[in-house]
Design a protein around this ligand. Sequence first.
Ligand SMILES: C[S@@+](CC[C@H](N)C(=O)[O-])C[C@H]1O[C@@H](n2cnc3c(N)ncnc32)[C@H](O)[C@@H]1O
Length: 360
Amino acid sequence: MRKDCIQVEQRLGEQLRILLVEKGLLDADFPITKKDKQLFFPLQRSIAAEELSVLVQKIGPLVLVQKDITPTERKPPDLVTALEEKLPADLVESIPHSLDIIGTIAIVELDPKLTPYETEIGDAIREVNSRVVTVFAKEGGVEGMYRVRPLRLITGKDQSTTVHTEYGIKLAVDVAQTYFSPRLGTEHDRVTQLIEAQEVIIDMFTGVGPFALLAAKRQPVTVYAIDVNEQAIQCLKKSLTLNRLAGEIVPLIGDARKIIEDQLEKKANRVIMNLPHNAFDYLDVAATAISPSGGIIHFYGITTETRSLETLCEEVIVALGNFGRKATISGSRIVRPFAPHEFQVVIDLQVTPENTTRVT
Ligand SMILES: C[S@@+](CC[C@H](N)C(=O)[O-])C[C@H]1O[C@@H](n2cnc3c(N)ncnc32)[C@H](O)[C@@H]1O
């Protein structure tokens, strides 16, 4: 489209921009363009010679020109705005308010009523989130030993692999074959802020390795990163090539119990055990992984209506005692809601050195 613009040397651009905004002359629907150190400011309306000479007096040399420019593409601010004219009015309230974005992939939970409109919804998700190229719908909860969620492509490129950025680390993820939740980002950050240089860490259920990578990014530590899902460890190995780390990560494929019993007993200053539904099944082996001089266990569990966080804390301490390790709780918190009345929680346990009696 042909448009009146003011041409000015780049060095005078910011002064002119401020003045044009003050006078309501800058047309924000068009981009400010640049060529050969000259800037072109699109105008709301044509201006008279006297108005131009006022600008020249205030700014310096500038000229009025006509230029072909394309309007700036304005993306809708949210999904409801993007979809309200494409969906029947009675369905607008069912539009999802949250979705997971993992790299270039969006994962959305759709009300079955919206199924006939899923392509429009997928396209709108891409319109609002310009980095997204693929949209999958959840087809159920995370399931099985690998904690993977069944997904169905609703729009975009049929590709389940991507690279997600979290707190400055690049994570290779395959959303169809591995577990990863961007909703745990704050927890990955929190735990790895606590880590000190030279620690030996065992991440028993590492998945694609967000705890391990962030720990090794932030500190010169050694992390044994274990997962039974070979694809998850393949992703972690790929991430090792994508990040510059201060520490070392040793990726290990297999059952955490067997690997610890075979090669990692008493080695760790810190154990991360993020397998919330089965955590108690592995607490004994986490206890054997901790160094005789003590250490920390980050225990993830689930609270329900009948099992409060306080109850869970007591149970963990008793269980650890039965496995021959004394511990105190240095912190506990809700990580995120899981299901109605169910929460994923974390309990940070300070395991006391062996053969010392705690005075209470
Ligand atoms: C909830 S995911 C945790 C992912 C990761 N810690 C994170 O924050 O993204 C649990 C992981 O444990 C793995 N897993 C399940 N049972 C296991 C076992 N016995 N030994 C090692 N890994 C196991 C699954 O394959 C899955 O990747």
